[in-house]
Design a protein around this ligand. Structure first.
Ligand code: NI
Length: 182
């Protein structure tokens, strides 16, 4: 299994809008498996295809403690969002080493295709809800840093650009107690 390369902010490819999956075939299932592999290797709890430079509407998530509850979404569409707001500290595999507080609707209801290409619905709250909304943002070319002030965003951009130049972007593999990122 190949670990896919995760793109880092401010890479412009993270701004591409992903295309809907036309058919859930073996190619798509293969992409999903590689995305799960990459997400677990990177110690992430969620990954959108956009982050690995595959511009298809696919998301993988596992927010379970034992890393044994795989959730994938194909062509996810938000059906409804609650008025209640949840505020959480978010991190992102594409913005390594940075965490900021983001407010989002507490509950989300989404539709997705399953492995048989049939439409299903998922309702989520708490961390899973945050994760789903964060990943759908990725498919639309949006990052969690777009939810914070432009001053903070440009500071993060400058720091990551500098670290990349020095070849010193924090490696998640070498830091076992790294906080969750999506
Ligand atoms: Ni992310």
């Amino acid at each position: 299994m190949n670990r896919l390369e995760v793109l880092h902010f401010p890479d412009k490819r993270l701004r591409k809008i992903a295309e809907p999956v036309k058919k859930v075939d073996n190619e798509i299932k293969n992409i999903i498996e590689q995305m799960f592999f990459t997400m677990y290797e990177e110690k992430g709890i969620g990954l959108a295809a956009t982050q690995v430079n595959i511009h298809k509407r696919i998301i993988v998530i596992d927010v379970s403690e034992n890393k044994d509850k795989k959730i994938f979404l194909i062509n996810p569409e938000i059906i409804s969002l609650s008025d209640d707001i949840d505020t959480m500290e978010e991190g992102c595999l594409s913005v390594p080493g940075f965490y900021e507080t983001v407010s989002r609707p507490k509950t989300v209801k989404v539709s997705s295709l399953n492995y048989d290409g049939k439409q299903i619905e998922i309702e989520a709250n708490g961390l899973l809800s945050t994760c789903i909304q964060h990943e759908i943002d990725h498919l639309n070319g949006k990052l969690f840093v777009d939810h914070i002030s432009s001053l903070k965003r440009s500071r993060i951009e400058k720091k990551i650009t500098k670290l990349k130049k020095e070849g010193a972007v924090p490696s998640r593999k070498s830091t076992p107690n790294y906080k969750s990122a999506i």
